[in-house]
Each structure stands twice: as C-alpha cells, then as structure tokens.
Write a protein that binds this ligand. Structure first.
Ligand code: UCC
Ligand code: FAD
Length: 578
C-alpha cells in the first residue's frame, strides 16, 4: 500500500477537511426587512424587480470589483519620467468600472429624477444600501457628488452644467465631486481652522491659496471647498462669517491640474480603496457659489447628504456581516454540531440582527424625510425632524457599525482576522464612519445646535410623533410600548429642565442625549413596523428586545450625577492620573 493514501498529513496531502466559505447571495432576497419595508411603503410595480436585478449584479459583478479596489490601492505619480511635475492619482480599472456602473445605474441620478416622487430617496438609498458593502468605498465619491448636486440645487442652480454632470446616467459625462473642508488646524472646527484664502480676479473668478489636509476621492472632476475672501489689503474676516463656498474644477481642459499640488496620499487604517490626499492649492481657479460669508451654512446641505450616506453605509455594513455570519453558521461545526445549533452563538447573531434592524428603520426614516422635503411634500414638523435626526442617525449608526462588524468578525473565529477572507477590511472601513463627516461628539453638539437654533422646535417635532398609537391595539407589543412611553416622558422631562441647569451641564449631556434620541426613535420605528398588519412574529420580537434595554441613557446618567459640571475636574484628574 502507498502510505500517502492513508496518511492525511503527509507531504502530498494537507488534510482532507476544508471549511466551506460563507457565500454571498443576492442581498435583496436575503433582506427580509428591506423587502417588507418596501412592500409596506413603496408597493410600486417594478421596484422590487429592479432591486432584485441590481442585487444580482452586486453579487456577480460589483463584489469582485470592490475587492480589486481593496487589493490595488491608488498610487500617486508625482513626476513624469523626465522630471516634470504630474501629480496624477492612479486608480485601478475596477475603480473606473465602478464609476461607470454608478452612472448607468443612476445611483446619484435616481434621487434627482424623482421617478417615485417623495419616495425617490428611499428607492435610491435602497439601491445604495445594496451596493455599498460590495463597492470598495465607491460610495464615498458618490456621497460627495450627491451632496454637491444638492448644494447647487438648493442655491438655485448657480452651476447648472455641473449639476447636470453630477446627476447624469451617461458615464462619459458623469462627474464626481470632492468636499474639501478639513485643514491642518481643524476638521471639526472648520470655522477657526480654515486658512485658505480666495483672491478675487478681474473677471469675477477667484484664485485659491491654501492647504487642504484631508481630501477624499481626490480623483474627482470638481470640488466644493471653503475659503476666506481677501479684501483689497489682503485681509480676511475670521471665524464662520469669513468663510465662503467655492466650486472648482480639479483639472484644466488640457488635462493639467487646476493649480493643485498633491503633497502625498494618506496612509490609512481603512478606506484604502479611496485616494485621500493632502493638497496644496496654489492659485486654484474657482467660482464663488454662496453669498460671501455664508460658506458653512451653504455647505451644510452637502453635510446633510453625506451624513445620510454615512448612515446608509453603516447599516449596509451591519447587514452584510450579519448576512455572512448567519450563512457561515449553517456551515461551520464545533463541538459536534453546526454553529447555528448552538443557542449562545445564535443569541449573539440575533443581537446583531436587532441592532441592524433598528439602524435600518432609522436610516430609512431619515431617507423618507429627505425625500419628502425634496418633493416639497414635507410638513414643517418633518423638516425639523430631518434636521434633528440626520446627525443623530449618523453618529449612532456609525458606532453600531463598528460594534456589529467587530462582533461579526468574531463569529468567524480566527478566519475573521485573516486578510484574504476580505472580512478584516470591513472592520477597518467601519472605523472611519464615526470620524469623517463629523465625529460623535461634534455631531452631538450639532444636535444641540439644531435644538438651540430652532428654539426647541425640533424637540417638539420629536415629541409630537403619534406613531405609537396603532400599536396600542397589539397586546404583544404592550411591554415595548410601556417602556417607550416611560422613556419618552423621562426624556421630555430632562429636556424641559435643561435650560435651568448650570452652565456646562447640557454640553456634558450632549452625547447621551443624542444616543437617547436615537434609541427612543428606533424603538418607536420598530414598534410601528411590528404593528403593521403584515408584520411577522420576528418583527414583534425585535421591538420587544430593543425596548428591553436602557433606551434613554441620558436620564439614567443624569440620575447618577454624570452631567454635574463638577465632574469635569474629576474626569480630568482621572484621565491625567499619574
Ligand atoms: O469628512 C469628510 C469626508 C468626506 C468623504 C465622504 C464620505 C461620505 C460618506 C460615505 C460613506 C461611505 S468631509 C468633511 C466633513 N466635515 C465635517 O463634517 C465638519 C464637522 N464640523 C461641524 O460639523 C461643525 O459643527 C461646523 C463646521 C459646521 C461648525 O461650524 P461653525 O461655523 O462654528 O458653526 P455655526 O456658526 O454654528 O454655524 C454656521 C451656520 C449656521 O447658520 P446661520 O448662519 O444661518 O445661523 C448654522 O445653523 O451653519 C449652519 N449649520 C448647519 N445647518 C451648521 N451646521 C449645520 C447643519 N448640520 N445643518 C444645517
Ligand atoms: P479634531 O477636530 O482635532 O478632533 C479630535 C477629537 O476631538 C475628536 O474625538 C473630536 O470628537 C473631539 N472634539 C473636537 N471638538 C470637540 C468639542 N467641541 N467637544 C468635544 N469633543 C470635541 N475632510 C474633508 O474635508 N474632506 C475629505 O474628503 C475628508 N476625507 C477624509 C477621509 C478620511 C479617511 C479621514 C479619516 C478623514 C477625512 N476628512 C476629510 C477629515 C475629517 O472630516 C476630519 O478628520 C474630522 O472631521 C475630524 O476633524 P479633525 O481630524 O481635525 O479632528
């Protein structure tokens, strides 16, 4: 007998067992909640077929392209062979292919074609949600492209040609946009941090001089950026009032860059597919888009869109990891049975699913509000809610994504840590979601800004939601309703007493307040969904599970004295102990 046929670990045989990998299948057919949500709110013929078709394309085509982008990150070609400065960012073919697919599929255009009226954003973002986890972060340039189109539209079409290019389905004409805000001194505090100056030219255009410290998808065709207009003595106005919004094309008609030097590409933890660069603006020709001094307020419309994309991409990442984790649990055995038959493992997966469902409903709610606002069918209350819930949804889902994706990696055991499974990049890419487009604390303060600026009307809009009414009729939902009602009353009391608190207390409560608004709203949306006539027992179970937890941490932390300004000294002592 040949010993090789009987010795499993000899040289020619490396064992007989090979674990089957988790298989990605059509993300639309896999997603019970997305399908139910659309069946309930957008039961239009063609929508489900379109998403089914697109889901198939994501698996068969987009997934491989996204992976290629991860494996072939962009490079900077600074000089040509003869020493001339080029500053060309080289991206892989897959990146270019994703651009074409994005244009053809109307991933931005669908929002502006408004085929589904007030539901057009929900439709567009449903597509984006299917696309995002496979698309190698091509969602990043799309977010900024959509945001730029939104700014132009809101300002009354001062750049119609650019708008048409940003929203076309023709890949030959399609433009992507950048969003260059962050400078060395500040990415959060843009108003103090912006040093870039804009010098007016005789023809009414401007030349910009400055240094943009983080610019993503720097291969864009155009960008929106902030700068300070100089007066005839070269002086500028400090702070927010000195900032204006500019539109610049990145490349001149001869293919050379528009007064831009790429200093270097960033070496990043994740988002490696995306070229993120440091740019020196050395006389970049640009046109003023906003009124002078209205730069921050004008670019805020872009921030609304990019923050909503961030939210969509966060929940999409969660859904993808749950999809793969549950699939793997049907294939992997340990201790004599499949993982799916280990109650503790399934409990872990079900907790991830609850987080994902809550995040999904909040995300779609924000998209619904945006769609209504754009269709001019939103009530005043809905416009206020959109303002309040955009930062809330962004900050909360970003944190959920890091936690759910991290848990998801663990569900593959050691394989979750192995690069060529493609899983680790999901965690790396999730980590950015809470940093860019405003960090958690900065967005928590934006929530306070929205409350203050509206003299509390955004909170009135929040508390006047009558969505819980239909659930009264469902005995199964009673515990969830009771918990939500108690939390809502406590949250309302907290907000009512806010004004009388000592200076500093409200700022200290900002993050917990934002988390509470998120969790309570998610609870209400889960209960509302579970009260729908076609809801399933798993919808009811999700609502109950969500409302089991402390959905209102601002109240419990307040009771523990966490927002007493005197805690700041102790916090500081603790942090700097030793
Ligand atoms: O990070 C980036 C990444 C790009 C990659 C794209 C990824 C997309 C997602 C894809 C997923 C895969 S781009 C850079 C992002 N940077 C930020 O997010 C900045 C973070 N910092 C802030 O948000 C700050 O809060 C600032 C910069 C807005 C603070 O500025 P000010 O000037 O100190 O704020 P003020 O003075 O309070 O506000 C100035 C005006 C006010 O309007 P008026 O003058 O009419 O009273 C505010 O009400 O701006 C208005 N405003 C807003 N309006 C400020 N924030 C908002 C807002 N969020 N919505 C509406
Ligand atoms: P800082 O503002 O220095 O913040 C540091 C810490 O302080 C944070 O934890 C923050 O929460 C906290 N903090 C700040 N202020 C307060 C406060 N008032 N109260 C409490 N806590 C506070 N920017 C662009 O303009 N365009 C881009 O295309 C772009 N792409 C990016 C791509 C990547 C991969 C990354 C990582 C960043 C990108 N950025 C981009 C920059 C990004 O928007 C900023 O990094 C971000 O807004 C934070 O700004 P900062 O880095 O200056 O941090």
């Amino acid at each position: 007998l040949d010993s090789h046929t009987h010795t499993p670990f000899s040289r020619s045989a490396i064992g007989t067992f090979f674990q089957q990998r988790p298989l990605l299948t059509n993300p639309f057919t896999q997603d019970a909640l997305l399908r139910a949500y659309l069946q309930r709110h957008l039961p239009v013929r063609g929508v489900q077929e379109e998403l089914m078709r697109f889901g198939e394309r994501v698996v068969c085509e987009v997934e491989a392209l996204g992976r290629q982008c991860e494996l072939n990150p962009p490079a900077l070609q600074r000089y040509d062979p003869w020493g001339r400065r080029l500053d060309r960012i080289l991206t892989c073919d897959a990146w270019a292919h994703l651009r074409r697919i994005s244009a053809h599929e109307g991933l931005v255009a669908a929002a502006y074609e408004r085929t589904y009226g007030e539901w057009s954003r929900v439709f567009q973002m449903s597509k984006m949600y299917l696309f995002a986890p496979s698309a190698g972060l091509y969602t990043c340039p799309l977010a900024m492209t959509d945001g730029a189109a939104k700014v132009i539209e809101t300002l009354g079409m001062p750049a119609r040609k650019a708008f048409e290019r940003l929203t076309t389905r023709d890949d030959k004409r399609f433009w992507t946009s950048g969003q260059w805000m962050t400078e060395r001194r500040g990415g959060s505090d843009v108003s103090s941090g912006t040093e870039t100056v804009a010098k007016r030219q005789q023809d009414g255009w401007f030349k910009l001089y400055g240094f943009k410290w983080f610019t993503s998808a720097t291969d864009a065709d155009m960008t929106l950026t902030l700068a300070r207009v100089t007066d005839e003595h070269g002086r500028t106005t400090p702070g927010s009032r000195g900032l204006s919004l500019f539109l610049a094309e990145v490349w001149d008609s001869d293919g050379s860059s528009n007064g831009i030097e790429v200093q270097r590409l960033k070496d990043k933890l994740g988002t490696r597919q995306v070229p993120t660069a440091e740019l020196l603006l050395d006389g970049m020709n640009a046109r003023l888009l906003s009124e002078e001094g209205r730069g921050v307020a004008s670019i805020a419309n872009m921030l609304t869109i990019t923050r909503i994309y961030n939210t969509v991409c966060a929940v999409a990442a969660m859904r993808r990891i749950v999809h793969l984790s549950r699939e793997y649990a049907c294939k992997r055995s340990a201790f004599g049975k499949l993982l799916k038959d280990h109650a503790l493992h399934v409990q872990t997966l079900s907790r991830m699913e609850v987080e994902t469902r809550a995040a999904f409903l909040l995300t779609m709610e924000v998209c619904r509000l945006l769609g209504r606002e754009e269709n001019r069918s939103a009530s005043e209350r809905e416009i206020l809610l959109l303002r309040l819930m955009t930062p809330v949804a962004k900050l909360y889902t970003a944190k959920q994504a890091v936690s759910v994706v991290s848990e998801g990696l663990e569900s593959f055991g050691g394989q979750g840590y192995i690069e060529d499974t493609g899983l680790p990049s999901m965690l790396r890419d999730a980590q950015v979601l809470s940093i860019w487009e405003g960090t958690t604390n900065v967005l928590s303060l934006d929530v306070l800004r929205s409350i203050e600026k509206s003299s509390g009307s955004v909170l009135q809009a929040f508390f006047s939601d009558e969505r819980l009414q239909p659930a009264e009729a469902s005995p199964a939902l009673r515990p969830a309703l009771a918990s939500l009602r108690a939390s809502l009353s406590a949250l309302k009391r907290f907000c009512e007493t806010a004004a009388s608190r000592p200076t500093g207390a409200i700022e200290l409560s900002a993050r917990d307040l934002a988390y509470s608004l998120a969790r309570v709203y998610m609870g209400a949306l889960l209960v509302d969904h579970a009260a729908w006539e076609h809801a399933t027992h798993t919808d009811v179970y999700t609502a109950l599970r969500w409302c089991d937890q402390d959905v209102c941490p601002v109240v419990s932390r307040d009771a523990a004295g966490c927002f007493d300004p005197q805690t700041t000294a102790m916090d500081s002592a603790l942090v700097y102990d030793g």
